[in-house]
Structure formats: structure tokens, C-alpha cells
Design a protein around this ligand. Structure first.
Ligand code: NIG
Ligand code: FE
Length: 410
């Protein structure tokens, strides 16, 4: 049954629905889209528009392309300070891992973040979240991981939630207390993991500040056994898990994530074929982070062909962070994913909408289809490939969030 009325009707639009219409991008040229009660109620060609269905409001899109609102599913956007000095050190030949072992890297940002007040953290982080939103991002995942003690981790998560309300984006929070070993636990990684499992995870769960739990399983991070303990504690508190996996070495992270039923395994440059196959069976999303690959001048490509062969959904994200990916442009990541990883522009758009939503466990967004949340991005482009083709430009001309037009400048 077609709805009798829409709250908002978009006309004169081209739609990249990302649904299985048989056309690339699930495209509908000369389309229209009806919204009711914050959800998409009808999608089709202008010619098929239900006759007699009234609309309280109509938005003439002037031929703009409409996509699902973008989802940036892996960011570390809340932190203080920056690490331009380490960028210079790396250019002089020091590696990311060497800087980390010498007490810099993540721990340098931990010192700055612990020292910043909540208001100062908001002040420094807000422009990053606002820049992402200005590019059509309507859902952002933000991790903690620069506190590495319960109170500071929780403060990061609370700041992330506040920023979502301030800027007007949906923020999903992920507890990443197992990001690095804080200096006060040096030589005692297992004791720190005990603390995370007994103190930080239960506190974040009790205060409902985290939607998921993540860890950094790596030679300079935590072992597979320590990661497993973090996952067990998360599960015991009803929290979903995700993993920074196989970024610098093959640590068996992809298989570990899959066996834990993780929503996603992220980075995964060094994931083995066996790990990829396990992800395919478990439905674990591969989150590709070309910004970190680029910034670290990595040359070990993620196993894209294996992801395709094993039907592992691929998401792409900014990994916005002060060390390995100081970017606030998801569209730049589209271009890098095509240029560096040879993804197709269609895979990029799906990777920053429907697959990114699945990497957060969200099935209510990411497609232009009836029943989905009416989170939409409107673009001044002639075809969807333009979103990936340009390097450092922003064709975003409008955003609809929860059915309400929050930005529109045709
Ligand atoms: O996703 N790999 C670990 N974590 C981040 C980097 C964090 C940092 O260097 O501050 C990443 O690349
Ligand atoms: Fe990351």
C-alpha cells in the first residue's frame, strides 16, 4: 500500500539507492523520494510517483544526486594536540613503530588528551566533526583510546556524544581502552588488560557511554590472547566488538575478529587468506583505511581480491587521528581507495554508506529504500563516480537528517 501523504517529497533528483536495481549504484535517474515520520517511505522514478499522494513540503533538487547520508565508521576524532613533529621524524627515517616504542605516538596524544579539560577537548575536536559533516556525513563513529585510564576514557566518550548533539550528526561511540599500553603500566601489559576488563569496560557499559569495544592487536599493541580477554569482557557486558587488525603485521587479527563475531576488522592490510575467508563466513566487515596506508607510506596492499572472492563487505573510512591519518575528508578517502587500492567508485560509495553502517551494526541506514532512516546527502555532481574522481573538493550541497532538511544550498 502506498502512503497517503509524505512529510517531505524530493523531486527532480537522481538517486544512488545502492539497492539491487540491476543498475550500477542502484541508480534511478529522474527520480523522486518521499519521506514520512523520519523514514524513507517511497523511492522511484518521477514518472511512477504515486498519483494523488500529497506532500506537506516539496524540495526541488534541481537535478542534484541524492545518496544515503555518508557514514564514517572508524574515527579517533576526539583528542588534544597534534603530532606534526612525528610527521617530520618519519620523513627523516624514523618509523611509526620506533616512535611508539620511544614513548611517542599514541602515548604522546594520551598525555595531551589527559591534560585537556572537557571544554578544551570539545573546542579542539569540534572542527573535525564539523568538517566531516560538511561533506555529507550524517553518522560518525568516534573511539576513545587517548585516555588509557577509566575516567579519561569515559570523558572522551562523553565528549564524542556531546559533539554529536552540537554539530548535528549521529555519533556512535567505541571504547578503545586497549589502544596502547599507558606508560604507568610499562612492562605489565597483562595487568593493564585486567584493569580494562575489570574497571573500564564495566564502567563504560554501566554509564551506557559505549556502543562497542575495540582493541589494537599488533606487535606494538596487544597480543591475540589479551585481545581475546577484552572481547570476552565486552561480550559479558553486552557490547559488540571490533578490531584494529593486521595493520602492520599478520597477527592473526582477521581470524580472531571473525571467531569473536566482530562487527568489523579494520586496516587489515596484512590479513591472511585464511583470515579473510573466516571474515566472509562470519559476516565481519573489512574497514579499509587508505589515509593511514598513505600517511605511513605503506606498500603492502590490503587483500582486496580476496575480500571480493570471499564476499567480505568492504567499508572505507577516514581513521581521522593525529598520528596515522590526520584527515577530515571522507571523499578524499574515496579517491585514495580507488587510486591506491583499486576499489571502484561504486565500491567506495557502498563502502561509506551501507557497508559502513553494517560495520557499526546498524541496519536502519545506508540505503535509499523504504523503511530506512531518512538521512540523505545531496550532491552537485553529474554522476556518482565524481565523488571518487575529484581530489580534495567538496560537492556537498545539502543534507537531510531524520527527514529534516538541515542544510540546502542549490
Ligand atoms: O587506526 N593503529 C592504531 N590506531 C590508530 C592510530 C592512532 C595514533 O597513531 O594516534 C590507527 O591508525
Ligand atoms: Fe584507527
Amino acid at each position: 500500500m502506498l502512503p497517503a501523504a509524505f512529510d517531505l517529497l524530493l523531486t527532480n533528483a537522481h538517486l544512488a539507492t545502492l539497492t539491487e536495481t540491476g543498475a550500477r549504484y542502484g541508480a534511478i535517474h529522474n527520480g523522486a523520494l518521499g519521506i514520512r515520520e523520519g523514514q524513507i517511505a517511497w523511492v522511484g522514478t518521477a514518472a511512477d510517483r504515486p498519483r494523488g499522494a500529497s506532500a506537506r513540503e516539496t524540495l526541488d533538487c534541481h537535478g542534484a544526486w541524492v545518496t544515503p547520508g555518508l557514514v564514517d565508521c572508524h574515527t579517533h576524532a576526539v583528542y588534544a594536540g597534534n603530532r606534526a613533529n612525528e610527521f617530520e621524524q618519519r620523513l627523516h627515517g624514523t618509523t611509526y613503530a620506533e616512535i611508539a616504542r620511544a614513548g611517542g605516538g599514541i602515548n604522546a596524544t594520551v598525555r595531551a588528551t589527559r591534560a585537556a579539560s572537557e571544554d578544551e577537548l570539545i573546542r579542539q575536536s569540534r572542527p573535525r566533526v564539523a568538517a566531516l559533516a560538511a561533506e555529507g556525513v550524517t553518522t560518525i563513529e568516534i573511539k576513545s583510546g587517548y585516555g588509557l585510564e577509566t575516567a579519561s576514557e569515559l570523558r572522551q566518550l562523553a565528549v564524542a556524544r556531546r559533539l554529536g548533539e552540537d554539530v548535528g550528526v549521529d555519533v556512535r561511540t567505541t571504547l578503545l581502552a586497549a589502544h596502547a599500553l599507558p606508560t604507568e603500566f610499562e612492562g605489565h601489559a597483562d595487568s593493564y588488560i585486567d584493569y580494562v576488563c575489570r574497571d573500564t569496560i564495566p564502567a563504560a557499559a554501566a554509564l551506557r557511554l559505549a556502543d562497542a569495544v575495540d582493541a589494537f592487536c599488533e606487535t606494538i599493541g596487544f597480543t591475540a590472547a589479551q585481545t581475546q580477554r577484552v572481547f570476552d569482557a565486552a561480550r559479558a557486558h553486552g557490547l559488540a566488538v571490533k578490531l584494529h587488525a593486521d595493520q602492520l603485521t599478520d597477527s592473526g587479527g582477521a581470524a580472531l575478529a571473525a571467531s569473536a563475531g566482530a562487527l568489523s576488522a579494520d586496516h587489515v592490510e596484512h590479513a591472511s587468506e585464511q583470515g579473510v575467508a573466516a571474515m566472509g563466513r562470519a559476516g565481519t566487515v573489512a574497514v579499509l583505511l587508505p589515509g593511514a596506508y598513505f600517511a605511513l607510506r605503506d606498500t603492502h596492499l590490503p587483500p582486496i581480491a580476496a575480500f571480493r572472492a570471499h564476499r567480505v563487505p568492504m567499508a572505507i573510512s577516514t581513521d581521522c587521528n593525529p598520528g596515522t591519518s590526520p584527515t577530515t575528508s571522507l571523499l578524499l578517502m574515496f579517491n585514495m581507495a580507488c587510486t591506491l587500492f583499486r576499489l571502484t567508485p561504486e565500491e567506495c560509495l557502498a563502502g561509506a554508506t551501507v557497508h559502513a553502517a553494517r560495520a557499526l551494526g546498524l541496519t536502519d541506514r545506508g540505503l535509499l529504500a523504504p523503511g530506512q532512516r531518512a538521512d540523505l546527502a545531496l550532491w552537485d555532481i553529474a554522476e556518482p563516480a565524481e565523488l571518487s574522481y575529484r581530489i580534495g573538493s567538496n560537492p556537498s550541497i545539502g543534507v537531510i537528517r531524520g527527514g529534516r532538511v538541515t542544510r540546502w544550498r542549490p
